[in-house]
Design a protein around this ligand. Structure first.
Ligand SMILES: Cc1cc2nc3c(=O)[nH]c(=O)nc-3n(C[C@H](O)[C@H](O)[C@H](O)COP(=O)(O)O)c2cc1C
Length: 249
């Protein structure tokens, strides 16, 4: 069974592709994570966790949910991580997570997809994003074949910088930068409430027809990138930048 988390659709796209290729069921986790719902999910097929890379590791909110979740049936687990550049040494932490979950670790795949982190970098325009996704297709096919054969996914070597990013930068980056302080809605906000609905951390509530953020945030970019009016900004950093949503289904 494929379990996925996504902010802007890349990991959903890859999860769906892997689902089609392996014939396995695909389930989103955003609502379960938001509702802190760790109730039993059963599957006799291997668990395949598909998610973006945040700070060269799995998103912490997903990792923490997986530690609590009751996944019964199969006890083997794969990780498929989408990223805008590299997953660093994330496989080391996924192996550790699998052990905590009492699962057999079957490896971590790195799938290079368009960058979505507009609170820090630039996201590509749609044409370029489509090109990047096209280039990712062989890597997705390879993952499908390995899973179908029950093989082990060998991750790329992280190198020294990858190790440093995952082990030293990641734990510093979360408390320093990952919060909602800089998010605000402009006058063009229509109060549609989509941002509130999409937030996986229940950080957003509507007050006087405008979203307000309560501080908790995982920087998934769902609110800012899915806003139909592009009315949400992240301080000055996001001004004028294209919003990113995975352009293929
Ligand atoms: C908070 C945050 C942190 C990120 N950190 C990394 C990173 O460490 N390495 C990387 O290559 N891409 C990083 N990215 C880019 C995303 O992992 C990448 O665009 C991913 O495919 C987005 O998936 P999604 O559309 O399913 O949310 C980050 C994006 C966000 C929003």
């Amino acid at each position: 069974m494929i379990l996925y988390f996504t902010g802007t659709g890349n990991s959903e796209y890859v999860a769906d592709r892997v689902g089609r290729g392996t014939g396995q069921e695909v389930r989103p986790l955003m609502e379960r994570i938001r509702d802190k719902d760790c109730s039993e999910i059963k599957s006799d097929d291997p668990w395949i966790v598909c998610a973006p890379t945040y700070g060269w590791q799995l998103p912490h909110l997903l990792r923490d949910w997986l530690k609590q979740a009751r996944l019964s049936g199969s006890n083997i687990i794969y990780f498929v991580m989408t990223c805008g550049g590299e997953i660093g040494n994330a496989p080391k932490y996924n192996r550790r997570l699998a052990a905590e979950m009492k699962m057999e670790y079957m490896g971590t795949a790195e799938i290079l997809m368009p960058e979505n982190y507009i609170a820090m970098y630039d996201a590509p325009e749609e044409d370029e994003a489509r090109q990047i996704i096209k280039q990712a297709e062989p890597a997705i096919d390879e993952v499908i074949e390995i899973i179908k054969e029950g093989g082990i996914i060998e991750p790329p070597s992280p190198g020294l910088t990858g190790k440093i990013k995952s082990s030293i930068v990641n734990p510093a980056y979360y408390p320093l930068l990952v919060n909602s302080k800089k998010f605000y809605a402009k006058d063009s906000c229509t109060g549609c409430g989509l941002c509130e609905k999409l937030c996986p951390m229940e950080s957003i509530s509507m007050k006087d027809g405008r979203p307000v953020w309560n501080g908790k945030c995982t920087h998934c970019m769902a609110c800012i990138c899915h806003c139909p009016e592009e009315a949400i900004e992240y301080g000055k950093i996001s001004e004028g930048k294209p919003r990113y949503k995975c352009p293929v289904k």
